[in-house]
Design a protein around this ligand. Structure first.
Ligand code: SF4
Ligand code: SF4
Length: 249
């Protein structure tokens, strides 16, 4: 993140994104506090008023009021709140009498920070991996296919005739995984293969990117990469002409 914050960039980012819906939410919040008890951060921090959901989105109003004229320390404070005081579970929205979507506003703040080069290292690394390899764990196509073939061999000893079809055109279901599975938990893929086999399902996994359906880019508001990940999956589904996509994430 650059040392100097550019107020024009902050306002330029926020203005087109704070539409009628966000403005209405920010205006109608009566600060009744009903959402407080619904937030696990509030409860886990001894009912700390700073953890009340409606308070966490104060930065949006503040940034607009200040016309984006804030410093690096201010943005770091926002960072702390949006990453360490809210996990965007949306529980508070279910209890708010107006249905105010705090998580969506937190997500906008995360997007803003991402546009300013402020995001957790782990997520940034995963984003680089998505862009380069199409999955968050930097698994190459060769390793992915090797793992699938190895899983098939292992399981075929237990269930004769078991197959994990790769790129089967016209299959009913295209199955996608979390990239941690080929990397650390191939047994999960094996168990699923067992279920599909016993159920007699017509299924397949894609060879190319689109098989990892985690979307860590979404968590730091990198909309461009988040879209790219989803598009990969749809692209593979269209190519394989499947009827359904099964997503484990
Ligand atoms: S419950 Fe809704 S209206 Fe009440 S403080 Fe929370 S967000 Fe605002
Ligand atoms: S969305 Fe955030 S503020 Fe709302 S309950 Fe979940 S963690 Fe708490």
């Amino acid at each position: 993140m650059p040392d100097e914050v550019n107020p024009q960039e902050i306002i330029g980012f926020l203005k087109p994104r704070i539409g009628a819906r966000f403005r209405t939410w920010l205006k109608i919040c009566s600060h009744c506090g009903i959402c407080a008890d619904t937030c696990h951060y509030y409860i886990a921090n001894g009912n700390d008023p700073k953890m009340i959901p409606s308070y966490k989105v104060r930065f949006l109003v503040d940034l607009i009021k200040k016309k984006g004229k804030v410093d690096k320390e201010y943005l770091e404070k926002v960072y702390h709140t949006v990453y360490h005081e809210c996990n965007m579970c949306r529980r508070c929205t279910l209890y708010c009498p107006f249905g105010i979507d705090i998580a969506l506003m937190i997500s906008l703040l995360r997007s803003l920070l991402f546009s300013q080069g402020l995001a957790p290292d782990g997520l940034v690394r995963a984003i680089e991996n998505y862009k380069k390899f199409g999955n968050q764990m930097a698994v190459t196509e060769e390793d992915w296919v090797d793992t699938i073939e190895w899983c098939e061999e292992e399981m075929a000893e237990e269930l004769v005739g078991l197959k994990i079809p790769i790129d089967k055109k016209g299959a009913k279901i295209m199955y996608t995984v979390n990239a941690r599975e080929p990397m650390f938990y191939p047994q999960d893929i094996m168990e699923v293969a067992k279920i599909f086999h016993v159920a007699g399902e017509d299924w397949t996994v894609p060879r190319k990117e689109g098989w990892d359906d985690t979307n860590l880019a979404m968590f730091c508001g990198d909309i461009k990469t988040a879209k790219y990940i989803v598009q990969n999956t749809f692209k593979r589904a269209e190519e394989l002409q499947v009827k359904q996509i099964a997503i484990t994430e």
